[in-house]
Design a protein around this ligand. Structure first.
Ligand code: GH3
Ligand code: MG
Ligand code: MG
Ligand code: MG
Ligand code: MG
Length: 313
């Protein structure tokens, strides 16, 4: 193969960036007790298109994280009353924040205290004072990198859909939102019919193509605001914000009909088709996302017993 031509590579990356085909943006949570400094960071970052949340009272830090879902955290080391290092330990205690980059802002760069911070989960150190230009550019690049990595972690490689844990998180989020704001939303659990038979007859590779085809159909037919996840092997979860049960049922029924009309080809000229079953639950009826998912699963189970190839509520 050809050796890499670095000057040419650099040129084309430069061109991509200038054409804004990849746009830098990000979400930063800043924990800083010096309010003048915190406001200055906010001003500088926001004017470069970064979304910022300032935290001065750290008692609700975990709630702030869950609500804001930052790409990275900038943390002052010396906070009034509480050490930033203790806060990192608290953040790392929750599995969902294990890979969240925590960057310390500190005026001292004593290697020993940096090692202590690292042992509690710190990723990097920025020494104060930080120039505005360096702050903006380093934050943008770190956010971009953090997003790339979280995509890799949270998306299923076969279908590109959200993985189990993220889907659950989205169900919880939508349930809270629709109950608070008073609009209707639904969750659907979708499962392929007799899929074991598909694998047994046509092979696992063929089965994979069927799973991909349903994922693509869901992506093409659902709205930008709908959430689609691969919940298990051949099981999908769809969150439909703004839909009542009747609307959700007709949307999923339509997708089910289209899916059953797709022809898949095995080894020779032989073709086959696959159907799906689904169960729907209204998120507003539940106070907990897991219980809503169970209700959708229960409806799916009913559909399976009632003969499959359809949607139950
Ligand atoms: P039912 O209509 O009751 O859902 O019948 P089923 O055969 O689909 O039953 P079940 O849900 O128990 O079986 C799911 C099968 O899906 C079993 C498993 O081998 C297969 N499967 C799970 N993940 C994958 C995958 O990633 N690729 C392929 N090809 N098959 C998978
Ligand atoms: Mg300070
Ligand atoms: Mg401080
Ligand atoms: Mg199945
Ligand atoms: Mg299944």
């Amino acid at each position: 193969s050809e050796p890499l031509d670095f000057p040419r590579l650099a040129d084309s990356i430069e061109r991509l960036v200038s054409e804004r085909r990849y746009r830098l943006s990000g979400r930063v949570l800043i924990v800083e007790d010096d309010s003048d400094l915190a406001e200055h960071y906010r001003l500088v970052l926001e004017s470069s298109g970064v979304e910022v949340r300032l935290v001065s009272d750290t008692r609700h830090l975990m709630q702030d994280l869950a609500e804001f879902q930052p790409d990275i955290v900038l943390m002052d080391v010396n906070l009034a009353g509480r050490s930033g290092i203790t806060l990192a330990r608290l953040i790392r205690f929750e599995p969902r924040w294990l890979s969240l980059p925590i960057i310390y802002l500190s005026s001292e760069d004593d290697p020993e205290s940096q090692l202590v911070a690292m042992s509690e989960g710190a990723d990097e150190f920025l020494s104060k004072p930080i120039t505005d230009d360096y702050l903006v550019r380093s934050v943008l690049h770190r956010c971009h990198r953090a997003r790339q990595l979280s995509e890799l972690m949270n998306r299923d490689s076969l279908t590109g859909l959200l993985k189990h844990a993220l889907v659950k998180q989205q169900v919880h989020k939508e349930l809270a939102s629709c109950r608070r704001l008073g609009y209707r939303s639904c969750v659907a659990m979708v499962d392929l019919d007799h899929f074991k038979q598909v694998n047994d007859t046509w092979g696992h590779g063929c089965g994979d193509r069927v799973i991909k085809a349903l994922a693509n159909l869901l992506k093409n037919r659902l709205r930008e605001t709908d959430v689609i996840g691969r919940y298990g092997g051949e099981e999908f979860v769809v969150v439909l914000p703004g839909c009542d049960v009747g609307q959700a049922q007709s949307v999923i029924e339509g997708i089910g009909r289209s899916f059953s009309e797709l022809l898949f080809f095995g080894n020779d000229e032989d073709s086959f088709s696959v159907t799906l079953s689904a169960g729907i639950a209204a998120l507003n009826d539940f106070s907990d996302g897991d219980v809503a998912l169970e209700a959708a699963d229960q409806a799916l189970y009913q559909r399976k017993s009632a003969g499959r190839n359809g949607v139950s509520v």
